[in-house]
Write a new protein. Sequence first.
Lengths: 315, 286
Amino acid sequence: MTSAALTSRVGAASAAPTGGAPAPRKPGGIRRRDRVVGLLAVLPAFLIVVGFMAFPVGFALFISFTKTNGLTYEWRGLDNYIALFNDPIVHQVFLNNLKFLISVPLVIFAALIVSVLLFERVRGWKFFRVIFFLPNVLSVAVIGIMFRNAFGYYGGVNQALAVFGIEPIQFFTNGGTAIAIIILALVWSGFGYQALLLLAGLTSINPAVFEAAAIDGAGWWKRLWYITLPNIRRVLGFVFIINVLYTFSSLFGFVFVMTAGGPGFDTTTIDYLVYLRAFSSTNLGSGAALAVILFLFIGILTLIQNKVFKLQEED
Amino acid sequence: MAVVEDDVVVSKRISSSRTQWPIFIALVVVAATIVYPLYFVIITSLRPNADYLQDPFGLPGEWTLENYLRLAETYGVGQAFLNSMFVSITSVALVLVLASLAGFALAKLPVPGTKYITATFVSVMLIPGPVLIIPIYLMLARLDLVGTYWGLILVYVATGLPFATFFLTLSFRGIPDEVIEAARIDGAGFFRIMWSIIAPMGSSGVATLAVLQFLGVWNELIFAFILIPEESMRLLTPTLASIGERFLTDQPLVSAGLFITASIPLILLAFASRYIMQGLQVGVSR
């Protein structure tokens, strides 16, 4: 094989669109065998994913149209959905989820500050990067219980307040403070990772822009406001959307270990209500319908995200 | 994939040494908000409850491993730790094998319908966990797998595979076709190529994936709680959750449980942070 042919093939391979098969170039027999072998290699993973992720979504849809205890299914059409839309608990829980959205600007603000600090690459910034990533390797069970402990009756926060002569506060018997503490746990566990996402966005800004600004005498704050922020608005948008998705679909762990949804339903979120309906009521259909609504909601958010990003990539 | 560190020199030049110190101090302060709570947990876990209540913020007047021993002997945390280890290692091993096979085929072989298969893997990644709870529970109940580790492992493998396959397809694509072609001409078959070319050349990607998947399974709570109702078979995270609920007044005991659960992820972060950070890069490009 000549080196020219070699380089052209390497070029073709690296230029191939993602997801495309390598260009056909082998004799038919080998190629047919490759197709069979390739298919057999993909098949186990594909079947498991279809069977235990894609199929369950369809199954959930079916369950949502029935009244069921898991053994017998009674077709009820849209009854479960209509009941949900008229259920005051569902209304309250949806409002709770909206309250948790307060965490989004807080996380992003903290992440932004940290990413800008990291971007200066002061001595030891790589070490700090690992530290900020630390909450991300911990289980929500660990983080949740840690915060629940810290704000518990005998926890560190009340002990610290006692030093100033303040009576211990029952943070978890009041819906407002309980939500505030879950939000605090969310911010604590999320800002580091998102700072690293934003940092990746910052790094992709052409350094020449900064140099030019610096030569023109723009100070640190001016550079931050006029160059850094406008240039990472795409990543900021991405981080915003993943945070919103997270508050609607992944608070289960925190709620489960910190408040169990209480007091009353004050800290129950939609995903926690799905669990409550599934395992403490006689009708699984209701829980499934709620899950389907959640799925649609998240699907729509994701579509909006994709659209927005496409548009921004074009400008 | 571009590595972040490339333009260190440039930005060093921009920020003058005058601005360096305030930024360093600010970073230390932020880092302290993360490290201090963990330090507090570790210190608290090493003292008796009475000692904690006397002076929670000082150093312990009495150091003890009593809390750990009590958890292991009386509350089955030792067994739960081993259960979690077994389930995590088995799930990760299965994911790695299946995702390597699929990733190699999708990256290097003319699999019919590659586009649709890849699209399936990518789109199921968007399924929110809560949607799966009810149908998965009912399906596994029908298969008699509720209350067994194999049911739980199956769920972890299924939920881990989409990202794993996607990730390995990307990283195997970087292996030059010529190497594979040469091996083929020498008569190497599919498994021979997997073992002696893909495995060593893609080892960094596989290691990254192994660490990420292990963390995911080790830390998982919902399915571990729902699918293993039997208390003696419980994994670590549900055990920790129930201990946290029962011993509100015994902070040192709960802290010991927290540290046991957090220890493995912390060790992984300490020794494999390179791989974890690499995985992060891919997470961004996704």
